[in-house]
Design a protein around this ligand. Sequence first.
Ligand SMILES: [Zn+2]
Length: 96
Amino acid sequence: MDCPNCKLPLNEAYRCATCNYDLNKANWVIIKKVYTPNEIIVESVLQSYGIPVRILSKEIPQMPVSIGPLAEVKIAVPESEAAAALNLLDDLTDFE
Ligand SMILES: [Zn+2]
């Protein structure tokens, strides 16, 4: 993952040694909902552009089995990266 400010790699604690950016304190926004396993593709696309990404699984505790392969997950990125991430994902239209 890269720092959204200076595009340098973040350290293992998700902090930037250069500008003190702290990814843990970033405002994460959900930019897209996809069905598994498409989040793997979305994640790899975003990460290949250095955009930090988190996958948020939708939790349905009362029906953990029946959701099966159609489990819906949410893609979240730091708010500062949301526009860039959405731009990249515009080309990936088959994941809705
Ligand atoms: Zn930085």
